[in-house]
Ligand binder design. Structure first.
Ligand SMILES: [Fe+2]
Ligand SMILES: [Fe+2]
Length: 135
């Protein structure tokens, strides 16, 4: 299993946002490590909960930037966030009810989604001059 770490080519050119992305990917890396080591359900759930909290805060930060700056792609971007969150919370419920474990495949799905989102959607708002002036 390869852990995806934040690297310079993922930078959106805004330090505050890059720092958040680094942390989100680091939390995913911790989860990958725990899954690989066969950590218990409670431990994985606690880490997954921390990851969800962080990603919610991150999405809220981006969306509040959009509101403050009137970014034209706000609605579409927020829809993407919501879609991922719905899927993640669904995964969390399945782990809680022991219906499905958090496995490598699901973590890879989240990682790929996030990296794609950073490279395409986040980079788009990060070039908006009004947003750049605000961060
Ligand atoms: Fe985003
Ligand atoms: Fe982001």
């Amino acid at each position: 299993m390869s852990t995806v770490k934040w690297e310079e080519w993922m930078s959106v050119g805004l330090d505050r946002i890059d720092a958040d992305h680094k942390q989100v990917l680091a939390l995913l890396g911790d989860l990958e490590h725990q899954v690989k080591e066969g950590a218990g359900r409670e431990k994985i759930l606690a880490s997954f909960d921390g990851f969800i909290r962080h990603i919610r805060n991150h999405f809220s930060l981006e969306e509040s930037l959009f509101r403050q700056t009137g970014f034209s792609g706000a609605a579409e971007h927020a829809r993407e966030h919501k879609k991922l969150l719905t899927q993640i919370v669904d995964m969390q419920k399945k782990i809680q009810s022991e219906a499905e474990p958090l496995n490598r495949e699901r973590l890879n799905f989240i990682t790929n989604w996030l990296v794609n989102h950073i490279l395409i959607s986040d980079k788009k708002y990060a070039t908006d001059p009004n947003v750049r002036a605000r961060v």
